[in-house]
Design a protein around this ligand. Structure first.
Ligand code: AMP
Ligand code: TRP
Length: 333
């Protein structure tokens, strides 16, 4: 069945292997099913819910777009743009904020985490962040939204908003409640230094993650230093219980090889980590090095990148503006 796909990534810099395996690689797979229509957005309006340095933000928008393209998202097949180019996102977000209920937003766990103890000091933008996200999705009539597990609650809120709008205004299917696409396997890549912690751009140790801009030497060195345990690699999955570092490294290998963990254990069961790590390094270098080289290439030509975003923005604007017009008519404007 043809799917309308929408997803977004924040331009906050340092995209890493977790972002690649958990998100971007799936975007590429979805794009490569020819019947799908895909829109991939650099969500810069979401980024400013936390204070950003203007120059850094500009760089990060370009770097995120470059990462999309270097990873295989093709601007001739998918729409790639940054959110702030399309005013309909802000306008739609206001309208939907009048549909969403305080009680719904109060339940959002991501706000609680990001706002921390001093909620009074959090920006109002951070609080209504999920409403902007709902506008992103609903303005494109997206049927499917690939996201990480942490965004599941925001997707449910988006469905609630769509349904309440349709009910309140007595219209059928004007806003389409989207389905989340959440990977069952390999949806959480963990830190290379601690198998209990998610790989994250905010970890102080650069050795905890493979950045998508790392070169061969860095990748090899980080895998060499990655934490393991003293036991050999097990023969079956059950024996990975309580061995989070082993499970993570074997998961990364399986995901990039596009095979099950079982298959990987057939290959390496009984062997020691040093042999496995050599293979993992090789596989990572062959997957990540071409991406990191291409990111650098693309970032050398700002005009070319900006043109891709602008062209994408024009196409996105056409779709989103039409939807906002339809919504405004229904409301009585
Ligand atoms: P973020 O940079 O946290 O906004 O994440 C962008 C996308 O990458 C989201 O879809 C996340 O769910 C995904 N993601 C981030 N970190 C990881 C990770 N360690 N493992 C898997 N997916 C991740
Ligand atoms: N909130 C998402 C994240 O942090 C990013 C995002 C914004 C998004 N708008 C979206 C994801 C629309 C999917 C669809 O990962």
């Amino acid at each position: 069945m043809a799917k309308k796909i929408f997803s977004g990534v924040q331009p906050t810099g340092n995209l890493h292997l977790g972002n690649y395996i958990g998100a971007i690689k799936n975007f590429v797979d979805l794009q490569n099913e020819p019947e799908n229509n895909c829109v991939f957005c650099v969500v810069d309006l979401h980024a400013i819910t936390l204070k950003q340095d203007p120059l850094e933000l500009k760089n990060n928008i370009r770097e995120t777009a470059a990462t999309f393209i270097a990873s295989g998202i093709d601007p001739t097949k998918s729409i790639i743009f940054n959110q702030s180019l399309v005013p309909a996102h802000s306008e739609g977000s206001w309208i939907l904020s009048c549909i969403a209920r305080m009680g719904w937003l109060n339940r959002m766990t991501q706000f609680k985490e990001k706002a921390g103890k001093d909620k009074e000091k959090a920006s109002v933008g951070l609080y209504i962040y999920p409403v902007l996200m709902a506008a992103d999705i609903l303005l494109y009539d997206a049927t499917h939204v690939p996201v990480g597990d942490d965004q599941k609650q925001h997707l449910e809120l988006c469905r609630d908003i769509a349904q309440k709008f349709n009910n309140d205004y007595n219209v059928k299917d004007v806003l389409v409640p989207p389905e989340p696409l959440i990977q069952k396997q390999f949806s959480r890549i963990m830190s290379l230094k601690d198998g209990q912690k998610k790989m994250s751009k905010s970890d102080v140790s650069d050795l905890s993650r493979i950045n998508l801009t790392d070169d061969k030497d860095k990748i090899v060195n980080k895998i060499k230093k990655a934490k393991t345990d003293p036991h050999p690699i097990p023969e079956n999955v059950k024996d990975l219980d309580q061995r989070p570092e082993a499970e993570n490294l074997l998961g990364i290998y399986s995901s990039l090889k596009r095979q099950s963990i079982e298959k990987t254990l057939e290959e390496f069961g009984g062997k020691n980590f040093s042999e496995f790590k050599n293979n993992l390094s090789e596989l990572l270098v062959s997957n990540i090095e071409p991406i990191s080289k291409e990111i650098k290439n693309l970032l050398n030509n700002h005009d070319h990148l900006d043109k891709i975003l602008l062209d994408g923005g024009i196409k996105a604007n056409e779709i989103a503006e039409k939807k906002v017009r339809e919504i405004k008519k229904i409301i009585g404007f």
